[in-house]
Design a binder for this molecule. Structure first.
Ligand code: SF4
Ligand code: SF4
Length: 141
């Protein structure tokens, strides 16, 4: 069992819907530059330097229209039961589609990733060491 299936099959997703209330994705430099020029504070562009690469993360600070909160206080995705509109692959894959070199950064966005990193790599200091060693490998969805 690889790292990917460990995240996907464990019960560490806390159903917090953080990834649906604010959506983040990694884009190329030119796309990041274009987003940065938008006159809004609802789209945030970050440059993330890892040991080997520079990544550009765009965060859309508004919720998905398909996210609903039910009376039980829990969040649900309307597309789970919808046969007409497929749920986007990026949603299906998250957080498994995060490259391992970005788990250290991305874990603040997702409690499941934070738990996964803690369970897999131990303390934050150890995580940095392990991620450096594992930088070449990626988690694929
Ligand atoms: S942010 Fe992470 S823990 Fe929260 S719902 Fe999304 S995948 Fe699950
Ligand atoms: S489509 Fe569903 S899983 Fe994807 S962001 Fe919207 S509510 Fe979340």
């Amino acid at each position: 069992m690889d790292n990917t299936s460990k995240i996907a099959t464990s019960e560490i997703c806390q159903r917090c819907a953080k990834c649906c209330k604010e959506f983040g994705e990694f884009v190329d430099y030119d796309t990041a530059l274009r987003f940065k020029l938008l006159n809004t504070d609802k789209i945030v562009v970050e440059e993330i330097n890892t040991n080997n690469d520079i990544f550009y993360r765009v965060t859309y600070k508004f919720p998905c229209s398909k996210l609903i909160k039910k009376r039980d206080g829990k969040y649900y995705c309307l597309l789970y039961e919808n046969k007409e509109i497929p749920r986007p692959q990026i949603c299906k894959g998250y957080p498994n589609n995060i490259p391992i070199s970005l788990i250290e950064t991305e874990k603040k966005e997702c409690p499941a990733l934070a738990n996964f990193a803690k369970a897999t790599f131990g303390s934050q200091k150890e995580t940095k060491k392990s991620l450096t060693e594992a930088d070449a490998s990626k988690i694929s969805a």
